[in-house]
Design a protein around this ligand. Structure first.
Ligand SMILES: [Zn+2]
Length: 138
């Protein structure tokens, strides 16, 4: 078991690179050069998700927004023991995250979103029927 480092402890290159997993895409060279704190060492893989045009600010102007982006990460020296295991955070929409989910938490989110997508399939069918009815009354 790794002991909890003091917040001021600087990470050595070995502490940064020694546990780097195969899926990590973090540029650790910059971490090493800038003197990363040990508690801030992060191995991560980012997926930007999909871009959907939407009105976010209520102004009625559509802008591109990231939807369902993900970060798979691990913080091997974190004060939070939960973060010493790989977790996934999901950005539902620009800036709104469900953070640090373990496998069960991610499975729960996927099931919730899958049910919602099934609901949207039903709304899509309703929309098609509503349009057909509307045009028939034309
Ligand atoms: Zn890494």
């Amino acid at each position: 078991m790794t002991t909890v480092p003091t917040p001021q402890a600087k990470a050595t290159a070995q502490e940064i690179l020694g546990q780097c997993p195969s899926w990590c895409t973090t540029d650790h060279q910059r971490d090493i050069e800038t003197g990363e704190f040990l508690v801030d060492v992060t191995h991560a893989h980012h997926d930007t998700g999909a871009v959907v045009s939407m009105s976010i600010d209520g102004e009625g102007v559509d802008v591109p927004a990231s939807v369902l982006g993900t970060i798979l990460d691990v913080h091997p020296y974190s004060d939070n023991l939960h973060q010493r295991l790989p977790n996934v955070s999901v950005e539902i929409v620009d800036g709104h995250w469900v953070d640090d989910m373990d496998p069960a938490g991610l499975a729960n989110l996927i099931a919730t979103l899958r049910r919602r997508l099934d609901d949207l399939d039903r709304v899509h069918a309703q929309l098609l029927a509503a349009r057909a009815e509307w045009e028939a009354k034309g």
